[in-house]
Design a protein around this ligand. Sequence first.
Ligand code: AKG
Ligand code: FE2
Length: 208
Amino acid sequence: MTSALPTAEPPAASGLLLPYHTQADWLPPDLADALLDHAIANEARFQPGSIMQSGRLTVDETIRQVSVLEHLGPFQERVTEAALAAKPLLETLFGIPAFTASRVEIELAAHGDGAHFQQHIDTFVVVNKRPNPRILTLVLYLHRRPRRFAGGALRLHALGGAAIRDIAPDHNLLAAFPSFAPHSVQRLTCPGGAFADRRFAVNIWIHR
Ligand SMILES: O=C(O)CCC(=O)C(=O)O
Ligand SMILES: [Fe+2]
């Protein structure tokens, strides 16, 4: 006697959007403004943002065009604390079993005219031959008001389908998602091109 094999359901054309979370006014307003001022004051220290390709960090502006600063200076500790405070809620919302954070990795990114980041995930298998276990990605957006750039949405992409969700990078908005979720930064325009007018983002990765 033969029994029928279960037939796999074809994925819906829209695919599966992974859970994500947004929170307006994430930091106390004074802190968000001070962080933006810090970013603007440190223009000279920003470097071209890199990507991981074949296990190596490289700069490729066809994939990622952005300037980054590796440390938040006097704000590192307070932002780390805010990220760790958000962790239990994010674990619950995303269905990720509670884990002990071994590291909170933070960088400050400045997206100017033409900046973008193609669809990618934030998890690497190895970095410098060590596991790089990013679990949660948190992005805090900062910009001068009124906003002087257009575009630059964070786009979340569905698994196995064409669905997308665009998130406008509003000042002091937190966007969070599992680090393995595909996402991209839509190309932006920043006419005039002043550094202070850029789309700033604090990228935070909580490692297990
Ligand atoms: O700026 C954003 O909205 C996301 C940036 C990003 O995906 C990254 O730096 O890995
Ligand atoms: Fe990313």
